[in-house]
Design a protein around this ligand. Structure first.
Ligand code: 4AD
Ligand code: MG
Length: 469
């Protein structure tokens, strides 16, 4: 086969490819469909660069290689040399008239699971190794990329430094959820201490270690030196929550800012979310339109709505009053002191205010030890951002910078000093007011993609009883 310059489908379908019309080009990709008759074959070829496939037209008579043509079925991987021509057919600007074709890999039509269109998302989860080949998952994973890129761009443009916090951690201080243990001990012959407990001093790190639930505590160390930092990495929670909004392994973005109070923190959270949604609206239109058509007819309007309205800000206490007065029967009854469930959060956002809501000043009993304590002795400077269709998308707070107050809270909550001595030292040496928050990446992906289940916005979901791929 002749060596001709390869083009991505994305580039060929752009207006700017006009100068290539009439020229020979090469494309490589996977066959989505093949139609036609004994004279001519129409192959929809997709290389994942864009939701659209490019049409390859083959004059069957005279092509002279029937065996090769027979291998060109849905799922096969091929390379095509041909002439780029303006298309007479509807729905595409250009197509390729094939000269030469090479088959990298055929896909037996009897066995290839993605033979037909219209598989359920549940079925596709069972073939997570092949589902990137569908239009849906191509769109979702391109959105995931665009959103990741926009996150780094936003922070870079705003003077934040990307801090890499550890995945393996020796502290369980955050208390955000059950942890996955990391060990090299022999499970069949676990070393024991005299009291019968596991002797972790013989483990790899010489102490008990786990996968992190959050990069925040280390992020704070960074902020108290570099002023504005962020983490963006995987976090792990071993809860057995089998919902459409929980993963055992999810990605979290955690900015942490010195000299920010809770109001600065809220301003940042709102600006950040609006920037990201705007970025997706401006850069991912083809994929959004596809997802809107297939899954969520209100998608683009909902995204625009979020960018156009000021988020409603109010205290947890005020929100409880609204919920109590709503007259709604919730599955989990509300009263001051309870943790809000997504049914409550979504009522506030979708029915009461009809826009995103930021709640602040939660009861200290339902929040983490590090949150700044209010003078009322009952609440802390927490903030949660609540989104339509999702509920909580961001959790954060102003942090307690006072050594004595923080130390007292650590004792009250029974947290082991030896786990957090290094964290406490930041309050001993050059402490400063500071704030931060955590954005659940897959929660935001749910929002921007319109998908209904968090398992469908991450390539390889980790949920209870599921780590096959
Ligand atoms: O509210 P969370 O637990 O907050 C923290 O971990 C803080 N350390 C963040 C900080 O202040 N730096 O989690 C933050 C966000 C949630 O609002 C939610 O969007 C997401 O992480 N999240 C999950 N996403 C998917 N699956 C789960 N199991 C999640 N748990 C939390
Ligand atoms: Mg939270």
């Amino acid at each position: 086969m002749k060596n001709i310059q390869r083009h991505r489908v994305f580039n060929l379908l752009q207006e700017s490819s006009s100068h290539l019309i009439g020229k020979e080009v090469n494309v490589k990709g996977w066959v989505r469909t093949r139609r036609g008759n004994k004279n001519v074959a129409f192959i929809a070829l997709n290389d994942g660069s864009v939701i659209h496939s490019i049409q390859v037209v083959v004059e069957v008579q005279g092509f002279g290689n029937d065996e090769l043509l027979r291998q060109i079925t849905t799922g096969a991987c091929i390379s095509v040399n041909g002439t780029l021509v303006e298309s007479l057919g509807k729905g595409q600007r250009v197509e390729i008239h094939a000269g030469e074709i090479f088959v990298y890999g055929s896909a037996d039509p009897e066995k290839y699971p993605l033979q037909k269109k219209g598989h359920t998302l549940e079925f596709l989860r069972e073939i997570a190794h092949l589902r990137p080949r569908t239009n849906t998952f191509g769109a979702v994973f391109r959105l995931r990329h665009a959103l990741s890129f926009a996150i780094h761009k936003y922070f870079n443009d705003n003077g934040f430094y990307y801090l890499h916090t550890p995945i393996i951690t020796g502290s369980d201080a955050e208390g955000a959820g059950a942890m996955f243990r990391v060990t090299t001990l022999d499970m069949k012959d676990v070393p024991r201490k005299k009291d019968g407990g596991v002797d972790y001093s013989q483990d790899f790190f010489g102490k008990e270690t786990n996968l992190t639930v959050s990069g925040q505590l280390e992020g704070e160390l960074g902020a108290l030196a570099l002023s504005n930092v962020y983490t963006f990495g995987p976090t792990f929670r071993a809860e057995n929550s089998n919902t459409s909004r929980h993963l055992a392994e999810f990605w979290m973005i955690e900015p942490e800012m010195a000299f920010y109070d809770i109001h600065d923190n809220m301003d940042l959270a709102e600006d950040f979310l609006k920037y990201l949604v705007t970025y997706i609206l401006e850069n991912c239109n083809d994929d959004l339109e596809f997802l809107q058509k297939q899954y969520d007819h209100g998608l683009i309007e909902r995204l625009q709505h979020v960018t156009q309205h000021t988020f409603q800000r109010m205290s947890y206490t005020e929100a409880i009053e609204i919920l109590e007065k709503s007259g709604k029967k919730f599955e989990y009854p509300v009263k001051w002191g309870v943790d809000l469930q997504s049914e409550h959060e979504r009522y506030l956002v979708e029915q009461h205010f009809k826009k995103p809501v930021i709640l602040t000043d939660y009861p200290k009993e339902i929040k983490a030890f590090y949150m700044k304590q209010n003078d009322d002795g009952k609440t802390v400077r927490a903030l949660d951002v609540l989104f339509p269709k999702i509920g909580e998308i961001i959790g954060g707070s102003q942090r307690e910078e006072d050594y004595d107050k923080l130390h007292k809270r650590i004792e009250e909550m029974g947290i082991h000093q030896e786990d957090v001595w290094w964290y406490l030292e930041t309050r001993k040496f050059g402490t400063a007011p500071h704030s931060g928050f955590g954005l659940g990446f897959e929660r935001l992906m749910l929002f921007v993609s319109g998908m209904g289940n968090i398992r469908d916005v991450i390539p390889f979901p980790r949920t209870p009883q599921n780590a096959e791929f």
